[in-house]
Design a protein around this ligand. Structure first.
Ligand code: NI
Ligand code: MN
Length: 258
C-alpha cells in the first residue's frame, strides 16, 4: 500500500513532504481509511468508525489492523462497520455511547459505554464524547434497533487533540467544543445529503478553529459526491485553518514538537 506522508510544523503551519528519516519525527500519524474511518497512531493505536470491508475505497482489510482501542461514533453501518471483528481480533475494547455498547455486548463484543460530555480514559487514550446532530439506529436484518444517539469524539493522545465529528450538521455549540478542548486537528464530513455539506463544514471550522482539518464522508457513493478541493479553497479563504485533502490510505504526521 502506498502511503503519502506529510508533516506539519505546529507553529509554522508549513507543509513539508517528508522524504526521509520520518521515523525520527515524534508525533501523531493520522491515516484516512476512506469514508469516516481513520487510524490514529501515536504511543497507542486507535481506529475510529472502521467501515473497511464494505467500502471499496478502503485500502486495508480488518485483519490488517492492530489497534489498542476502537471508537465508534454511532450505530449506522458505515461507521460501526467492522468494529466487532477488529475488537475481537485485537483484543481491543470498543468505546461508544452507552446504548450502543449494550447492543454490542449482546453481540459478544467488549464494549465500553460512555455518554456525551464525559471523558473516558481507555488504555492511556482520552476520549471525550461530544454532541453530533444526526440519527443513530443499528439496522439488523431490515429491523431498526435503537442504539442511543449520534456523537463525536475529541481524542487526546500524546498531547495532541483530534476532533472526529462523526456524522453531523454544523451546530453553534461547536464553539463550546472549540473553547473547551482546543482541537489541533478536525476530521469532518463534507459529503452533504446525510451530513453537512461544504458550506456547513466551512462554518464548522470557524467555530472550532483547529490548526488542520481533513475532510471525510464524501465520494464513497454517488449521493455524497463532492469536490474536496472546493472545500479547501473556501475554507482557506475564509478561515486560518489548513485543509489537508487525503486519498484513502494516505497519512499526515503531526509533530508534537520538533
Ligand atoms: Ni450516519
Ligand atoms: Mn455516515
Amino acid at each position: 500500500m502506498y502511503l503519502t506522508n506529510m508533516c506539519f510544523g505546529r507553529h509554522t503551519g508549513k507543509l513539508n513532504f517528508l522524504v526521509a528519516k520520518r521515523e525520527r519525527v515524534m508525533g501523531m500519524k493520522v491515516t484516512w481509511l476512506g469514508h469516516a474511518a481513520f487510524l490514529i497512531e501515536g504511543s497507542k493505536k486507535v481506529v475510529i468508525d472502521p467501515f473497511l470491508s464494505g467500502n471499496p475505497s478502503c485500502p486495508l482489510k480488518p485483519q490488517d489492523l492492530h489497534v489498542d482501542v476502537v471508537a465508534v461514533t454511532h450505530g449506522h453501518g458505515d461507521h460501526l462497520g467492522d468494529a466487532a471483528e477488529i475488537s475481537t481480533q485485537c483484543n481491543a475494547p470498543v468505546i461508544c455511547i452507552h446504548e450502543l455498547s449494550r447492543y454490542l455486548f449482546t453481540q459478544g463484543v467488549n464494549a465500553i459505554g460512555m455518554n456525551i460530555g464525559g471523558t473516558a480514559e481507555v488504555r492511556g487514550v482520552k476520549f471525550t464524547m461530544v454532541n453530533a446532530v444526526h440519527s443513530a439506529d443499528v439496522e439488523e436484518n431490515g429491523r431498526l434497533i435503537s442504539t442511543g444517539c449520534s456523537a463525536g469524539f475529541v481524542v487526546e493522545m500524546d498531547g495532541v487533540r483530534i476532533y472526529h465529528t462523526g456524522d453531523t450538521d454544523v451546530f453553534t455549540d461547536m464553539q463550546l467544543i472549540g473553547e473547551l478542548y482546543s482541537p489541533d486537528i478536525m476530521l469532518l464530513p463534507i459529503g452533504d445529503w446525510y451530513t453537512m455539506g461544504i458550506k456547513g463544514a466551512v462554518k464548522a471550522l470557524e467555530f472550532i478553529r483547529p490548526e488542520l482539518a481533513i475532510p471525510m464522508h464524501y465520494n464513497t457513493f454517488p449521493a455524497i459526491k463532492q469536490d474536496p478541493m472546493e472545500f479547501k479553497r473556501l475554507a482557506e479563504a475564509q478561515t486560518d485553518v489548513k485543509v489537508v485533502v487525503l486519498n484513502p490510505g494516505e497519512s499526515i504526521e503531526y509533530p508534537i514538537s520538533i
